[in-house]
Design a protein around this ligand. Structure first.
Ligand SMILES: [Ca+2]
Ligand SMILES: [Ca+2]
Ligand SMILES: [Ca+2]
Length: 83
């Protein structure tokens, strides 16, 4: 997995899965948490912020900070006037 996004091949933000709390083999308790489905990059995960703009990759419309939006259609359409 890479810490940047190839926008040309990117298929959109991953699905989110709820991970139930569990006990690890070493006895450490892991609380329930959301996790993104694994894909080709860590830049769009819930717990990464590779461009250090304070927005976690999953919510960041340009998660790797290269100026090319990963989401350039769909839900952001019609919001052009706000940017
Ligand atoms: Ca990912
Ligand atoms: Ca970010
Ligand atoms: Ca980008």
């Amino acid at each position: 997995m890479s810490n940047w996004i190839n926008e040309a091949n990117y298929s959109g933000k991953p699905n989110i899965t709820w991970i139930e709390p569990y006990l690890k083999n070493d006895g450490n308790f892991v609380r329930g948490h959301f996790r993104t489905s694994p894909n080709e990059t860590i830049a769009d995960n819930l717990n990464t912020d590779v461009d250090n703009d304070g927005i976690a990759g999953f919510w960041d419309i340009d998660a790797d900070g290269d100026g090319i939006l990963e989401i350039n259609d769909g839900i952001f359409e019609g919001l052009d006037g706000f940017f």
